[in-house]
Design a protein around this ligand. Structure first.
Ligand SMILES: [Fe+2]
Length: 413
């Protein structure tokens, strides 16, 4: 299950290195069952709706993660594999031009057929073929890493299922409850902010694929040197209470706090609070996966865009950390908390390739590299991130106006 039910300390890279890896077949079965479990409380109608162009229907996520194994592993490598339905090749292709045609992303909610039942049959068909393939194939290193990529890909979609579902349910005036037991705010932020001081200098960040056999996406490599000036970083995330003070001080009505594009967005979209916040007769509530709740003032602020994080930091007399500052601090500063399992943390760094980054040959090379334009890096992981999917070198990325992910703020100065 997801970190929505786990403490953040359960996902350190140290823990993961110490635990013997289960077989690839076991990892596959467990992960696929986790995805099914996320959709289990939902009706077919819940799984059909697409609430905005950025979000995808749950049914599409269930099919597309299956399509990934079928397209990149079974079709090229399993001689006896027969496609479940040739039409799915286009329907459930997300963005791989090297594979061929694809159905437009904003129109995924219009795919009323295949039915949810048929998508579940598709999952079962590919599960059976994958397990037979994994049991009967000598897993050369290249194939092993491709299957592991498919597993990590599905973990990313598990988080997207929760973020997309939350947005979809939030559009329903009856504020439906996804699960009673879900806790998005289990990490409290009661202590005053303390600052960790780092001397900086020449430090190393990024994933060293030769020295470290743990899985990492291609965009985390290569490990490389970065020069940092001395800096301070906050030991915890910005809380709802602190963010409310920014709002009360006119944060959304002062142009001097905002980047130009951010100020345009404030005015055009009439932003006046984080996504999912509502003020009714002076009381603030927040829509969550467990329904509408009174705003928890001690919880880390969530669902803010890069523009809001940046404006808040300016108001607070601080700034956002760069990616290198964040990564170095989490590796070197003992006092930091809430870096995994709470909120994704916006950085001031544009999402670009690390120096020496190369794109893999073939369609699978489209996974990360072609998105290195007009986006910012987020570090850490969130309460919706799959268990075991967090590491220091991880690079999440979104456009600066997006705020439907579980994104929050850590300050630096
Ligand atoms: Fe995908």
């Amino acid at each position: 299950m997801h970190q929505l039910t786990k403490p953040e300390s359960s996902v350190s890279s140290v823990d993961r290195n110490a635990i013997a890896q289960p077989s690839l077949s076991d990892q596959f079965s467990r992960l696929r069952a986790q995805t099914d479990a996320l959709a289990a409380p939902l009706s077919p109608e819940d799984c059909q709706v697409q609430s905005m162009a950025d979000a995808s229907p749950i049914k599409w996520h269930l099919a597309h993660t299956t399509w990934f194994f079928e397209t990149f592993i079974l079709e090229p490598y399993a001689d006896s594999y027969r496609a479940f339905d040739p039409a799915f090749k286009v329907l459930f292709n997300s963005y791989y031009n090297g594979i061929g045609e694809k159905h437009p992303r904003p129109e995924r909610g219009l795919i009323s057929r295949p039915s949810l039942d048929r998508v579940r049959q598709y999952r079962a068909h590919v599960n059976a073929a994958m397990l037979e393939f994994l049991a009967t194939t000598s897993q050369a290193a290249a194939l092993h890493s491709l299957v592991t990529l498919g597993l990590n890909h599905e973990q990313q979609h598990q988080e997207l299922m929760l973020t997309d579902l939350k947005h979809m349910l939030s559009m329903n005036p009856s504020a439906p409850v996804y699960l009673e037991a879900v806790a998005e705010n289990m990490v409290a932020t009661k202590s005053a902010t303390a600052w960790s001081s780092l001397t900086g200098g020449l430090v190393e960040i990024g994933h060293d694929a030769e020295q470290n056999q743990q899985f990492a996406f291609d965009n985390e490599s290569p490990r490389h040197q970065v020069f940092l000036r001395p800096y301070q970083i906050a030991n915890r995330l910005v809380s709802n209470r602190e963010y409310l003070a920014f709002i009360a001080d006119g944060g959304y009505s002062r142009h001097d706090l905002w980047l130009s594009d951010g100020w345009d967005r404030v005015r055009f979209d009439r932003w006046c609070a984080p996504m999912y916040w509502r003020e009714e007769r002076g009381a603030w509530t927040e829509f969550t996966l467990y329904g509408t709740q009174a705003l928890d003032l001690d919880a880390p602020v969530c669902h803010v865009s890069f523009f809001e994080a940046d404006a808040y930091a300016r108001w607070a007399g601080a700034r956002l950390p760069t990616e290198a500052e964040w990564e170095h601090a989490v590796s070197a500063a003992d006092a930091l908390t809430q870096y995994f399992g709470s909120r994704w943390q916006w950085t001031a760094s544009a999402y670009l390739g690390h120096p020496g980054f190369t794109v893999a040959a073939g369609a699978v090379g489209e996974y990360n590299g072609k998105f290195m334009c007009n986006q910012f890096v987020l570090k850490g992981s969130s309460s919706a991130t799959a268990e075991g999917h967090s590491r220091v070198t991880y690079r999440n990325f979104f456009q600066p106006e997006k705020r439907w992910q579980f994104s929050g703020i850590r300050l630096a100065r």
